[in-house]
Design a protein around this ligand. Structure first.
Ligand SMILES: Cc1cc2nc3c(=O)[nH]c(=O)nc-3n(C[C@H](O)[C@H](O)[C@H](O)COP(=O)(O)OP(=O)(O)OC[C@H]3O[C@@H](n4cnc5c(N)ncnc54)[C@H](O)[C@@H]3O)c2cc1C
Length: 282
């Protein structure tokens, strides 16, 4: 047998061996991660009911339901090893603890509107902690406040406030499907910005689960962390559960209109503002 053929057979054998051992190691670490989640969840709230692996028939639908940028929904896009649609705080705590133990990257997703898909795309093996089940909005008109969970979308926030009062509102984004988790942790601008500022200018408390699985509020997390999760983006600091917002007062009737102008009309307007001597060159 020629030496080049022997070399080719050995290379093929080594490649196969490496692929099999990589797949076995990957599989066993995946199994270990699942076992870790099971062992860290409460028997009364089994975590298995909210886990979706690629073998599960609903995996694809759950993954896509909060992919808001279809550029990241290609067959070539790396997919999560698992999606955990948390229903209980204990599910989130288990996710945090086990991702640390097994070194599996955790992506937190609320409304999935991140422009770069960072809540559901990664270059390394990862899983998604999906927060869409945490979506209660509890409004107190008496105190002019509301506790809003991160999985709610801003349209739900406006709706729940309007159900209780037609003279209260909250300054946040124009797009109703943007999620509270990413929007409030990152800033939040919208139509009421001139009068009331950003969403984060009207946030008065928050609940977060930190890297050790502890639930903290503003008093226990401290002002530095509170400052970070009201503008600095949430995912670097922990899993935000909810924000307490200060409602703002609005008139009972608001007129909304849109003015459209052509580029030429805008240019004419601009020219008229110039001194006559400049109009020829503009
Ligand atoms: C169509 C569209 C319209 C938009 N309109 C507006 C607008 O009018 N005004 C405006 O200000 N912005 C607007 N945005 C931007 C939007 O506010 C941000 O992209 C925001 O981060 C989306 O939040 P999300 O929860 O939907 O996204 P996600 O993709 O779920 O999350 C965004 C980021 O926040 C992190 N994150 C999410 N939830 C949590 C959590 N619970 N704890 C910790 N970290 C978390 C994620 O990991 C990710 O890094 C718009 C975006 C889109 C796509």
């Amino acid at each position: 047998m020629k030496s080049s053929r022997v070399f080719a057979i050995i290379s093929l054998f080594l490649t196969l061996l490496l692929s099999v051992s990589w797949a076995t190691a990957n599989n066993s670490s995946h199994e270990g991660f699942l076992e870790c989640l099971e062992s860290h969840s409460e028997p009364s709230n089994p975590i298995s009911a909210v886990l979706y692996t690629p073998e599960n028939s609903s995996y694809s639908a759950v993954l896509k339901s909060y992919i808001r940028n279809l550029r990241f929904n290609e067959s070539t896009t790396r997919k999560p090893q698992l999606i955990l649609t948390a229903l209980q705080v204990s599910h989130i705590q288990a996710a945090i603890v086990c991702s640390k133990i097994h070194g599996l990257q955790m992506k937190i997703r609320s409304g999935g509107h991140d422009y770069e898909g960072v809540s559901y795309v990664s270059d390394v093996p990862f899983f998604i902690l999906d927060m869409f089940n945490f979506r209660s909005v509890n409004v107190s008109i008496e105190n002019e406040t509301a506790w809003v969970q991160v999985g709610a979308i801003v349209g739900e926030v406006y709706y729940r406030i309007a159900e209780k009062s037609n003279v209260h509102g909250f300054p946040a984004g124009v797009c109703p499907t943007v999620g509270v988790g990413g929007h409030f942790s990152g800033g939040g601008y919208g139509n009421m910005m001139r009068k009331y500022g950003l969403s984060v200018d009207n946030i008065i408390d928050a609940q977060i689960i930190d890297v050790n699985g502890r639930i903290l509020d503003r008093a226990s997390m401290g002002e530095d962390l509170f400052w970070a999760i009201t503008g600095g983006g949430g995912s670097s600091f922990g899993v935000v559960l909810a924000y307490k917002i200060k409602l703002v007062r609005v008139p009972s009737t608001v007129t909304v209109f849109r003015v459209t102008r052509t580029y030429e009309a805008k240019l004419d307007e601009y020219r008229l503002q110039l001194p006559a001597s400049c109009r020829q060159v503009a």
